[in-house]
Design a protein around this ligand. Sequence first.
Ligand code: PEP
Ligand code: CO
Length: 459
Amino acid sequence: MKKWTLNSWRNYPVKHIPEYPDKKELEMVLGKLKKFPPLVFAGETRHLRQQLANVVDGKAFLLQGGDCAESFAEFHPDNIRDTFKLMLQMSLVLTYSASLPVVKLGRIAGQFSKPRSSPIEVKDGKELPTYLGDNINGIEFSEKARIPDPKRLFKAYSQSASTLNLIRAFSHGGFADLKKVHTWNLGFIKKTQQDKKFKELEDKIADALAFIDACGINSDFNRRLKTVNFWTSHEALLLPFEQTMTRVDSTTGEYHDTSAHFVWIGDRTRQLDGGHVEFCRGIENPIGIKCGPTSKPDEIVKICNVINPKNEKGKIVLISRFGHDNVGKFLPKLIRAIKKEGLNIVWSCDPMHGNTIKSATGFKTRPFNNVVREVKNVFAVHQSEGSFAGGLHIEMTGQNVTECTGGAQKISDKDLSHRYHTHCDPRLNASQALELAFLISDEIKKNSQYSKNIIQAAS
Ligand code: PEP
Ligand code: CO
């Protein structure tokens, strides 16, 4: 294996990294960013890896969620708070119903750059370069906005830092105290089926807390009852930025990408001989790898070996995103190839990216039923292959958007135009996301690997 350096990825072909017309300005911006503080600390990243190792063993569940693309326009404390609340709610559903701790990982505080299916966008006969994410160019349909502008990286860094700051405050400042569970609800899902189910759960938790309080255990004395660990993640797409944020951890001498706790390689950039895999093999962060219909099982095995040569637990998360009707065709072969090699893997399911369609009204959408079908199919395959379906990766928001059709609110094609705010792919709203959490807790309980752990824990 050739020597890895911070910029060895530049010797390999890379896809989906824009050409900046002003290279000097890019260098100036990156040079300044290099001196900015890291967003996360290496010790936190190591902690996340330990938690993910528990997922490999079927002793925890990974919940990864947030916007498809964060944007400057949607940047607002209420939006951050509502995404955080929704993650807490979903985690609670999973923890309570399936008796599993949940590793909470936001697609947040840095999820800006997007690989796009086409480099150009055509509107009313006019052709322009595609929008690539707010840290690269602008979404407005004008020639000027679509030119990659390095200075946008400053704004994205600043937004990521203040988002993370608020998340840290929520996580440790009392907001996540289990006693406050009734304040986590989001106004607009009141009176829905999900709200009713969540209220029932709140009552059960209040009873349990009253009981343990009577036994002398409460959040005044037990930090675990009032704080959570909430980690951040994004796609490691824009390598010049990721390289800049990669620093040597002074306590170990290892390289950590300090732009987030966890980064993943997208379905379009996971070439074995490509720059993205090369970059990710040198950093200590846990790494996600998206696997779609075009991924070959033996290539995925090779990528895992390159990124995790020591086969350490908690280092690799394979995120399958085949599409609801393709799961049976692709996933069993992938699981068998990984098993044959004896690799330690967190198996996560992204039921979003293989189920995108165009609605009759012209919107990019995802029928909630197909999202649910993919999740159910993935759980069924893991059940029959004897592996543990350990995670969910979704695009979601705490806002009352109408971007995915279906769910308890029965959002129709015609409703999509009401509140379609996403800058890229359609997200589940809180009601749909909670519905999914309830469904998954039922699926987890059916998994034999999970039952084995519960029995072992009890004996
Ligand atoms: C994404 O997660 O936003 C994404 C682009 O996914 P994928 O790489 O799986 O298409
Ligand atoms: Co997306």
